[in-house]
Design a protein. Structure first.
Length: 461
């Protein structure tokens, strides 16, 4: 008889081999599921963070009339806005550096809780009636509240962008960041709806400041307790990423000088200044321009189409730049070069343009302006912070974003000072031509990056 005996050695070897092959796949799959869940959570938390900043600002602007009625005159309000803009611009540089030196969730939490403090100060000073008993002291208190409010609010852009850059890889991040940049518009819309609901409910206008104040504080605590700064904190980073992060940590953070030396950072910072000025000019002056041709209520309604167009602008630019392998400078330049002739159309024909055509062109203008502005301070900044020139050091994104955002705010603030005199010298035609010059100048400053992207594209064919 012939006995058939199973080859236990080969069978065991086969089972061991199967386990060796399958175990990493199971672990990797589990990590991928966890990574996806945390990416969604980080997206949502940081989205709300930035929306909270705009929610606070918009609620404050919505009750300015009530502040005037309570004795806070327009001179004080004007100086409050100036103080906020100044410290927000300078604070962007400082916050960016802090975000690379300290735990980012803590920096964001402090910024949100600080906004709670500042909104509370405004309410407290109004309640005491200090402007009636001692006007110079009241003037100082109100301006000081917005002065430090700008510093706290400046943490939103650089630090939240840094956390998003830590969690989302370069490939495909354009569309993700484009969607993410809708946060500011959602914050503005929610603020308008919340203020209207408070007024319609017959509540005191102070509730419109109390609500964002409380929500900011609560959300700040949530950030400190729950928001992970990067995947490695949860054991999700791969071994090579952990090694890179460890090396970066040993080398310290990237300082301002090193960040400025990263290729294209300075060019983008200057270009963004011109682009942001164009956006600010439209945002602040478009209702005034339209009021020359429409009644005040219609002018405000029509100008809102520009803001509506800005929301999908970042999504479109991000998505298109992903389709072209992350060549964001080329896509941004294309949008800006489309904007220039559109501004020329306004310079030549805005006085005689049919209303329906004007509405359509304002929406298109919002897309062309909003797309590049939104993507430069998000996906582009994240790309720049991963440049090989800093040796794999990932602790530079906050600083890079702060430099770009701060430079843009300062340039835009100075540019707005020119709009009034230009109107007096040459009317709105002069203003439109000046905006065209800014668009062309900003695009030209991106020239080296554009040429590099085009050259790399040709070499890969």
């Amino acid at each position: 008889t012939i006995e058939f005996r199973p080859n236990l050695r080969n069978a065991n070897h086969g089972r061991q081999r199967a386990m060796t092959l399958s175990t990493p796949l199971l672990e990797g799959g589990d990590d991928q599921v966890r990574m996806l869940k945390w990416q969604k959570a980080v997206f949502a938390i940081t989205f709300v963070n930035y929306a909270m900043s705009h929610f606070s600002r918009k609620c404050y602007t919505n009750v300015k009339t009530d502040l005037v009625d309570s004795g806070v005159d327009k001179v004080i309000l004007s100086q409050m806005d100036t103080a906020f803009m100044f410290t927000y611009a300078v604070g962007s540089f400082i916050s960016g550096r802090l975000g690379d030196m300290f735990p980012q969730n803590v920096v964001i939490g402090v910024g949100l809780i600080g906004s709670t403090l500042c909104l509370g100060m405004i309410q407290f000073f109004e309640w005491t009636g200090v402007v009636h008993t001692n006007y110079p002291l009241g003037f100082f208190f109100f301006v000081f509240a917005q002065f430090i409010h700008g510093l706290f609010q400046s943490t939103g852009g650089p630090v939240n962008t840094s956390i998003m850059g830590n969690w989302f890889p370069k490939k495909g991040r354009g569309l993700i960041f484009g969607l993410w940049t809708c946060h500011q518009y959602i914050g503005d819309i929610v603020a308008a709806l919340a203020t209207a609901a408070i007024i319609n409910a017959g509540l005191a206008w102070q509730w419109a400041l109390l609500l964002p104040g409380v929500l900011n504080g609560v959300w700040g605590v949530i950030n400190v307790l729950l928001l992970p700064n990067k995947p490695s904190e949860l054991g999700l980073a791969k071994e090579d990423e952990k090694t890179a992060n460890a090396a970066a940590g040993e080398g310290g953070t990237v300082g301002f000088v090193q960040a400025f030396k990263i290729p294209n950072v300075m060019g983008y910072a200057l270009a963004f200044g011109f682009f942001k000025f164009v956006n600010y000019a439209m945002f602040f002056w478009l209702p005034f321009f339209l009021s020359l041709h429409f009644d005040a209520q219609s002018a405000n309604l029509i100008s809102s189409l520009y803001s509506v167009g800005m929301m999908p602008g970042g999504v479109i630019v991000g998505w298109v730049s992903d389709l072209y392998d992350g060549r964001r400078a080329c896509v941004i330049a294309t949008f800006m070069l489309l904007l220039a002739p559109l501004l020329w159309v306004f310079a030549m024909f805005s006085d005689s343009m049919p209303p329906m055509l004007l509405l359509a062109l304002l929406g298109v203008m919002g897309i062309l302006v909003g797309g590049p502005n939104n993507i430069i301070t998000s996906a582009v900044a994240a790309d720049l912070a991963e440049h090989p020139s800093i040796g794999g050091n990932t602790r530079s994104l906050s600083t890079v974003t702060g430099i770009i955002n701060g430079s843009g705010s300062i340039t835009a603030a100075f540019g707005l000072m020119v709009i009034g005199p230009l109107q007096n010298l040459g009317g709105w035609t002069a203003v439109w031509y000046f905006l065209i010059a800014c668009v062309v100048t900003g695009t030209g400053l991106m020239g080296p990056k554009i040429m590099k992207e085009l050259t790399q594209h040709e070499s890969t064919k």
